[in-house]
Ligand binder design. Structure first.
Ligand code: CP
Length: 319
C-alpha cells in the first residue's frame, strides 16, 4: 500500500478485517518490520485517540515516532500558493512538506475542513499536497472529508459485535453547539456501503450529506422510524453540507439527542460514537453508560486499524 485516505486504499474489506483480528491477537508479531523506520505524525488539529492509538500502533511495529503539532511550536504554515507572505505565516507548506519527508519513512496527517470554502475542503488540499510533495507514503489521521482510520476501527468493531451477517446500521445526526466537519459521517457511510450492511442515515432536513458518500444508503428524516429494528446506532453531529449553508449549524434542538426511549425502538442495538462526545447533547448519560454502549472497545480498535494501515505501508516501502 502506498497511501491510505479512503476505503478503496484498503482493498478487500474481509481480508482487512481478518488481518486486523489477527494483529489484535498478537500485536507484536511484526516488530522487525518497523525497525529503524520512522513515522512522522503531523497534527494541524487537536486529538486524543488518533494521537495515542497511532503512536502505539507504530511502536507495536517497532518504529520510531515523531509528533509535530503544527500550531504549537512550529512555524505557522501558509498553504495557498501565490500568496504574498507578509503576514504571520513564516513558512510555506511547499518547503515544509519535502523537509518533513526527508526526516521520516511514513507520514500521518491530521487536517480538518476549515469551512472557508466547500471546494477547497472537498479538494483535500492539505493532505493531497503531502501526497504529492513529501516523497513518502502518507495516511490520513482525519482529513477534510474523511476519517478512514476511524471508519476502519468502526467496521472492525461491528464485525466483532454483530450477530447476523447483514446487520441494520443506523447513522444518526445528533445536536452539537459548534460546526463540526462531515469527515466522520462521510467516511462512515463510505465504509458501511462498502461493507454492504443494511445502512440507514437519519438527520433533520438541511443536513443532507454529499450524495457521493450517501451512495446506496436509505435516508430517513424520521429518527424514530430509522431506529426501528436497528442493530447498531452510530451517532454523530455534522454541520450542513448543502449550499448556501455549507459549514453552518442549522439546528441544536435536543429532540435529536439519542436517549433511552429511542434506543428502546431498536433491536437492542449497540451504541457507537467516534468520541469525543458531548453528553446530553449527542447522547444521554444513561445510553452511553449502558451495557449496550461500545464506545470504549470502538476507540480501542483505533490502535488495531492504525496498525494494519502502518504495517501495509511499511510492506509497501519494499515494493
Ligand atoms: N475519534 C477521534 O479521531 O478522536 P480524536 O479526535 O481524539 O483523535
Amino acid at each position: 500500500m502506498k497511501k491510505f485516505t479512503c476505503v478503496e486504499d484498503i482493498g478487500d474489506l474481509k481480508a482487512a478485517v481478518a488481518e486486523a483480528l489477527e494483529i489484535k491477537r498478537n500485536r507484536f508479531a511484526f516488530t522487525e518490520l518497523g525497525k529503524n523506520k520512522t513515522l512522522l505524525m503531523i497534527f494541524f488539529n487537536s486529538s486524543l485517540r488518533t494521537r495515542l492509538s497511532t503512536q502505539k500502533a507504530a511502536m507495536n511495529l517497532g518504529m520510531n515516532v515523531m509528533v509535530l503539532d503544527v500550531n504549537q511550536g512550529a512555524w505557522k504554515l501558509e498553504i495557498e500558493r501565490g500568496v504574498v507572505m507578509d503576514g504571520d505565516k513564516a513558512e510555506h507548506l511547499l518547503e515544509a512538506i519535502p523537509v518533513m519527508g526527508s526526516y521520516c519513512d511514513i507520514i500521518g496527517v491530521r487536517s480538518f475542513a476549515r469551512f472557508e470554502s466547500k471546494e477547497e475542503d472537498y479538494e483535500e488540499r492539505v493532505i493531497e499536497q503531502f501526497i504529492r510533495y513529501s516523497g513518502r507514503p502518507v495516511f490520513s489521521m482525519e482529513a477534510a472529508t474523511r476519517h478512514p482510520l476511524q471508519s476502519f476501527a468502526d467496521l472492525i468493531t461491528i464485525e466483532e459485535y454483530k450477530t447476523k451477517e447483514r446487520p441494520k446500521v443506523v447513522l444518526t445526526w445528533a445536536p452539537h453547539p459548534k460546526a463540526l466537519p462531515q469527515a466522520v459521517p462521510n467516511s462512515f457511510a463510505e465504509w458501511m456501503n462498502a461493507a454492504d450492511y443494511e445502512f440507514v442515515i437519519t438527520h433533520p432536513q438541511g443536513y443532507e450529506l454529499d450524495p457521493r458518500f450517501v451512495g446506496k444508503a436509505k435516508v430517513e428524516y424520521d429518527q424514530r422510524k430509522a431506529f426501528e429494528g436497528a442493530d447498531f446506532i452510530y451517532a454523530k453531529n455534522w454541520a450542513a453540507y448543502s449550499d448556501p449553508n455549507y459549514g453552518k449549524v442549522l439546528y441544536t434542538d435536543r429532540d435529536w439527542t439519542v436517549d433511552g426511549q429511542k434506543m428502546a425502538l431498536t433491536n437492542d442495538a449497540y451504541f457507537m460514537h467516534c468520541l469525543p462526545v458531548r453528553r446530553n447533547m449527542i447522547v444521554t448519560d444513561e445510553v452511553i453508560e449502558s451495557p449496550r454502549s461500545i464506545v470504549i472497545p470502538e476507540a480501542a480498535n483505533r490502535e488495531i486499524s492504525a496498525q494494519v494501515v502502518i504495517k501495509r505501508l511499511l510492506e509497501g516501502l519494499n515494493e
